[in-house]
Design a protein around this ligand. Structure first.
Ligand SMILES: Nc1ncnc2c1ncn2[C@@H]1O[C@H](COP(=O)(O)OP(=O)(O)OP(=O)(O)O)[C@@H](O)[C@H]1O
Ligand SMILES: [Mg+2]
Length: 377
């Protein structure tokens, strides 16, 4: 029996109230097995709660007793409470090696599919890339969208150590399962395999120094999400929803998963909020006119030929409701826009294509809030 056997067993012990284990939390400071098969552990606790200490003692002892029979007894020495700073350092230590140079990891997530996670992730990353070193990791195994939305069909290079080098485009580092497995290979992998792949994918990409790594998550609350929130110290998650009340139920499940594992939800982004368009209307003689246009239940005034039209496509206040429920800010609302679709289809992120538009301003405001929060956390 060696130290690794003991560590493997300790990895089964979860910190009370968390789904992350005590090893990845960095709480184990010393492991020592003496000649009489007595195991001495030194743990640094981050809480003063005596119940946590008792529960940990029980959980550790029972894990060791039932898995490592030769061990006769376990002594646990708890050392001082770690400061929040220390706690942060411990979590830092649990980062995979290749993420050591990454300052902030932000997941763009939603329990619901098709709400625009990938679109938001790419534009948020592109906006941040105007002032920061940014990477995007597309973790959608089943339907990776990064290859299309940034127009990349090349395969990343592999180092002799079998590490992947992200592809560089638009001043960002990009990586997607789609670059590796072929864009249109629909794959059905079983859950555990998927989480192992996700973990491996994380471990095997050389990101170098980054201020922000934006993760584009697949929809749902499945294995990928769990692997992520349990194994990787995320700075936080941004939740995407549409305004529909129906969407919100699924979105809630996704958001609650992050809360449960103590990953901060930085805020909500409402996507496809409404549709704005404007037109200039002239009569047959080419003169600007005044009047009203009726489209379904909406009435729009034409004043000196100009009409601004605003449609609420989905009824409901999904973003607002969810932000209130979670007590986190609504970071912004992104309207439906044909130009967003066009940009995705052309493989050029919207905010890089339309640098002065209102929607780009919205992404700028969202990214500024995220910058502020990331620096705080
Ligand atoms: N604000 C928007 N205006 C217009 N079209 C949009 C907008 N946001 C997203 N779309 C379009 O909606 C579709 C779905 O968006 P996207 O792929 O980003 O969603 P997703 O949540 O990542 O989906 P999935 O759950 O499949 O990963 C895409 O065709 C995208 O171009
Ligand atoms: Mg997507």
């Amino acid at each position: 029996m060696n130290k690794n056997n003991i560590i493997e067993v300790l990895k089964q012990v979860k910190y009370p109230g968390f789904s992350r284990d005590i090893v990845s939390f960095g709480l184990i400071k010393e492991i020592q097995l003496d000649n009489n098969n007595i195991l001495n552990l030194k743990l640094q606790l981050t809480t003063e709660n005596p119940e946590h200490k008792n529960q940990l003692t029980n959980d550790i002892k029972s894990a060791i007793n039932s898995n490592l029979k030769p061990i006769e007894a376990v002594n646990i020495n708890y050392i001082g409470n770690a400061s929040p700073q220390k706690q942060a350092e411990n979590i830092q230590e649990s980062k995979p090696q290749n993420l050591a140079g990454v300052k902030n990891i932000i997941a763009v997530a939603s329990g619901k599919g098709g709400v625009g996670k990938s679109t938001i992730a790419v534009n948020l990353a592109s906006e941040l890339s105007k002032n920061y070193k940014v990477g995007i990791l597309d973790l959608d195994i089943y339907g990776p969208s990064l290859p299309m939305v940034v127009g990349i069909s090349e395969t990343p290079k592999i180092t002799p150590e079998k590490k992947l080098i992200p592809i560089k485009k638009f001043n960002m580092k990009l990586m997607s399962f789609g670059f590796v497995s072929g864009n249109d290979a629909p794959t059905i992998w079983r859950g555990p395999l998927v989480s192992r792949m996700t973990q491996q994918f994380f471990d095997d990409v050389i990101w170098g120094e980054l201020d922000f790594l934006i993760l584009d998550l697949p929809p749902g609350t499945g294995d990928i999400q769990l692997t992520l929130v349990q194994k990787i110290a995320l700075t936080g998650a941004v939740i995407v929803t549409t305004p529909q009340d129906l969407a919100v139920l699924d979105v809630q499940k996704g958001a609650d998963m992050f809360k449960k594992v103590n990953t901060p939800v930085l805020g909500i982004i409402e996507n496809m909020s409404n549709f704005n368009t404007s037109a200039v209307i002239k009569n047959q003689n080419g003169e600007l006119i005044n009047g009203t246009i009726n489209i379904q239940d909406n009435h729009f005034d034409i004043i000196n030929g100009k009409v601004n039209m605003y449609f609420e496509i989905f009824s409901g206040f999904g973003g607002d409701k969810e932000s209130k429920r979670l007590d986190v800010p609504l970071l912004g609302s992104v309207p439906l826009s044909p130009d967003i679709v066009k940009s995705s289809d052309n493989g050029e992120p919207y905010v890089l294509n339309y640098r002065k538009s209102l929607i780009t301003e919205t992404f700028k405001s969202i990214s500024n809030q995220i910058i502020k929060k990331s620096l705080q956390e």
